[in-house]
Design a protein around this ligand. Structure first.
Ligand code: CTP
Length: 136
C-alpha cells in the first residue's frame, strides 16, 4: 500500500485546495493530510485562520479521497509525522519547491511538488471579502 501525505492550512476551503488533494490522492492508495494547527498558522502566516483547526479538519476529513487527517503543530516535526504515518510519498505545493528535499535523507519517502491552481488563494479570498465588507 502506497501512503501519500500532504500538509497545509486549508483555511476558507477553495478549489485550489480541492485540486491538490485530489491529485495527491491519485498518486497512491491512501491520502493522509496534516492540517496546520491554529497556532502554527499564526506563526507561518502572521494571522489567525478564519476557520478553526477543528472546522478545517472536519472539512478535509469529509472529502471522499482523504483517508486520514491529523493536526500539524510544528514545521520541524515533518519527518516524525511522515514516519508515524508510514508515508511513502510527501506531496507539497510548488510554493515549497525544493524546501523539503532534505526529508529524503531522513525518512524513506519520496518528495514531489505539484503546481498550484492559478489565480486563487485563501489570502486573495479574504482580501476580496474584506473589500466587499468595507464597501457595503
Ligand atoms: N494550493 C494550490 N493551489 C492554490 C492554492 C493552494 O495547489 N491556488 C495548495 C498549496 O500549494 C498547498 C495547499 O493547497 O499545498 C494548502 O495551501 P494553503 O497555504 O492552505 O492555501 P493558500 O490558498 O495558498 O493560502 P494562503 O493564501 O493563506 O497562503
Amino acid at each position: 500500500m502506497k501512503v501519500v501525505v500532504t500538509f497545509g492550512t486549508f483555511d476558507v476551503f477553495h478549489v485550489g485546495h480541492l485540486k491538490i488533494l485530489k491529485r495527491a490522492s491519485e498518486l497512491g492508495d491512501k491520502l493522509v493530510v496534516g492540517v496546520s494547527s491554529d497556532a502554527l498558522n499564526i506563526k507561518k502566516k502572521s494571522r489567525a485562520p478564519i476557520y478553526s483547526e477543528a472546522e478545517r479538519c472536519e472539512i478535509i476529513s469529509s472529502l471522499k479521497f482523504v483517508d486520514d487527517v491529523f493536526l500539524e503543530y510544528s514545521l520541524e516535526e515533518k519527518a516524525n509525522y511522515l514516519r508515524s504515518h508510514n508515508a511513502n510519498l510527501l506531496v507539497m505545493g510548488c510554493d515549497w519547491e525544493g524546501k523539503f528535499d532534505w526529508i529524503k535523507d531522513e525518512v524513506d519517502c519520496e518528495v514531489i511538488y505539484l503546481p498550484r491552481t492559478p489565480s486563487i488563494s485563501t489570502t486573495e479570498i479574504i482580501e476580496i471579502a474584506g473589500g466587499i465588507h468595507n464597501n457595503a
